[in-house]
Design a protein around this ligand. Sequence first.
Ligand code: CTP
Length: 394
Amino acid sequence: MMELHGRRVVLGVTGGVAAYKAAELARLLVKADVEVNVVLTEAGAQFVGAATFQAITGRPVWQTLWDSRMDNAMAHIDLSRDADFILIAPATADFLAKLTHGLADDLLSTLCLARDCPLLVAPAMNRQMWQNPATQRNIMQLVNDGVSVLGPGIGEQACGETGAGRMLEATEILDDAIAFLQPKVMAGKRVLITAGPTFEAIDPVRGLTNPSSGKMGFALARACVEAGAQVTLIAGPVTLNTPRGATRIDVTSALQMRDAVMRAVDAADVFIGVAAVADYRPVENVAHKIKKSLVMSIDLIANPDILAEVAARPNAPFCVGFAAESQNLASYAEGKRVAKKLPLVVGNLVQDGLGGDQNAVTLFDENGAHSLPQGDKLEVAREIVKHLAVLAGK
Ligand code: CTP
């Protein structure tokens, strides 16, 4: 994971039972090559001891304003000066209230008040505490003050109740921290994406499909969310987790995908067709299982071309197509761009089949072809988003 390589983070740990997840978060950050300086509040230390964080980060843990290890006794200022951001996980209701009002009665709160870097907080509390108008007021104020609030999650809580308030998992916080650092080139844009294969039923137990994994479409959805867009992801049958922050609509067939797209397209500024839509579907919709025979024939009919239909609409959103080809990439991809009247086509040569974690793509627009370096699909997706943001912003 290169996104956080060489970054410096102050990890504030306040007094909630979710502090145990902060130890895991510290480990993930260290693994991502981040220098982690842990600041524990007095209550935080009741849950996880300083020795745990020191062992995980390989660095001193800071607990008091009166720490004599800092030469100038200015830990409350110096610790944040070379940090990329302060991340408080867990952030208790009490600590959030302190932050809202600018209280500075311990090392962590003083650091936050004296900081010159961004502040991210991952709230963790009982659901009633989270819903309490006082907490909601505080959160709104913090957001207005430019603090990034990560989560909270919804689910089972340590107290035995279920609801909103639990701290996000360490991996989710890491993802959010990475997302925070991405340039917000799509802020305010509404993006509609299709992803994955479609499945065209032949009978109740058989169908036509293809091996598209959906990974590239899901990576693009995540990259768009990271870039500040509001994302709707229309997914064919895939086994992938929804990128947090994206709204997902599951469909099976091309016709369902088309209907879902047409319902959502008016509210989209950008449409990205990544789905490997089946070109044909059986003409007949057979209600019962077809019994086997030596020869079987099925009549197929062409499916609607969703992307071409969107691009041909009056007031069409900015449309991006994908072209996976096994040869003649440039001519086929550019041909599709012109035929479907698209400002941008992302082309790739399919040599090892679909479904890999890496991709190497070439972008085709009215200025010609631009090859992007090979990378994992999320890295490639981020580069595509940067390129399309420039074109869509014109
Ligand atoms: N697409 C679509 N609806 C379809 C078929 C394709 O929206 N029924 C979109 C895909 O999501 C992708 C692009 O169109 O963005 C692919 O174009 P297409 O010409 O259909 O590609 P292929 O199916 O690969 O075409 P061909 O089989 O002729 O190479």
